[in-house]
Design a protein around this ligand. Structure first.
Ligand code: ZN
Ligand code: ZN
Length: 358
């Protein structure tokens, strides 16, 4: 990201740095309160432990490690690359009745779907940030393959990862999930509506034009020829990973763009790890065009990264005002981007040097 050495901050936004203000999120068509400077307030609440314990590369008690038995009684194969299985406790299941029940103002609909688990690596002690570029590229391929497979049957395919205990990850083994369902979920409906409206008005794709506008600017954390990472929205260090070419879904990505994606993923996640010197917790996930439509020309593939931390051991709570009024962020997007750009994109632990396929 050498071309982003020292971006000039747009003076009109920089003026807002210490001032409470609201910013518009065009993708969700909603406003966010920015209360910059809140990070300096005294904090006597909960502090998170770093949870930094050295992990072994294999844990005999881990239900995701190769060769181990899961809660269902099934035994994992001795896999040596990304391994996919159906979640033993699926939130959505194939064959569920989609019956609709109405009672006055109350409505219910059966929801059919599927939940898969993806073990990114056989190595218990790695994370995406610590895996080799080849191994991360393989994860990208599996995300794309899962999208094709599940998109053949379901309208919405949600690829995601919860990383870290603080995000409710039940196991430190590097893994993600894919949930697919017949309905379009709430966030997808909002993004679908905003992107369709923009496309109808301008003929362009909202997020493609947004990537072009943000390129090289003060909110950019990483960029290469095919991708761009920009700080945005509500969580202190929340980012959006944008494709810089028109693309609706992961399977459409040509090999070169998948390679570039693996590279920028590792760099972004490593910056996160180095920001506070700990294995950074987050939820991440892909939003891609829904299936079963005649046209989805308004849809642009993108990834969301939602990390919960405000400082190294203080988490951001979305509580009173956020739950009841609107989201509120505690530092400006420009400040957060500046801090992330100052964090190294290279991992000090450099596990990647090892010739492990993990
Ligand atoms: Zn494991
Ligand atoms: Zn989205």
């Amino acid at each position: 990201m050498s071309d982003l050495g020292g971006p000039q901050i747009d003076p009109s936004f920089d003026r807002l740095r210490g001032e409470p203000h609201r910013r518009y999120n065009p993708l969700l068509d909603e406003w966010i309160l920015v209360s910059a400077g809140r990070t300096s307030r005294p904090w006597q609440g909960r502090r998170e432990s770093s949870g930094a314990q050295a992990l072994a590369s294999f844990d005999p008690d881990c239900y995701l490690c190769p060769g181990n038995v899961r809660a269902s009684g099934e035994r994992n194969p001795v896999y040596d690359t990304t391994y996919v299985f159906t979640n033993d406790f699926s939130a959505l299941r194939p064959g569920t009745s989609t019956e609709r029940i109405e009672d006055g103002l109350l409505l219910a609909e059966g929801e059919e779907g599927a939940c898969h688990v993806l073990c990114f690596s056989p190595r218990h002690d790695l994370t995406l940030a610590l895996m080799s570029a080849d191994a991360v590229r393989h994860v990208v391929d599996v995300w794309a393959d899962e999208t094709i497979q599940l998109g053949g049957k379901y309208q919405w395919v949600q690829v995601f990862e919860n990383r870290g205990e603080i995000m409710g990850a039940s196991n430190p083994h590097p893994h993600g999930q894919v949930w697919a369902g017949t309905a379009l979920p709430r966030e997808a409906v909002k993004e679908d509506t905003a992107q369709a409206r923009y496309h109808a008005e301008s003929g362009g794709r909202l997020l493609l034009d947004y990537a072009a506008q943000e390129s090289g600017g003060p909110r950019v954390v990483e960029q290469n020829d095919d991708w761009l990472v920009v700080v945005w929205a509500a969580w202190p260090y929340e980012t959006l990973l944008l494709a810089r070419h028109p693309v609706g879904r992961l399977p459409e990505l040509p090999p070169s763009q998948r390679d570039q994606l693996s590279d920028i993923l590792i760099r972004l996640l490593t910056r996160y790890d180095n920001l506070f010197g700990l294995s950074f917790p987050y939820s991440m996930g892909w939003h891609q065009a829904p299936f079963g439509r005649e046209t989805v020309d308004h849809w642009q593939l993108h990834g969301h990264f939602l990390p919960p931390l405000l400082q190294s051991n203080v988490r951001k709570f979305m509580v009173g005002y956020e739950l009841l009024a609107e989201s509120q962020r505690d530092l400006t997007a420009e400040q957060a981007a500046e801090e992330l750009r100052a964090a190294s994109p290279v991992h000090l632990k450099a596990n990647r040097g090892r010739a492990s396929r993990g």
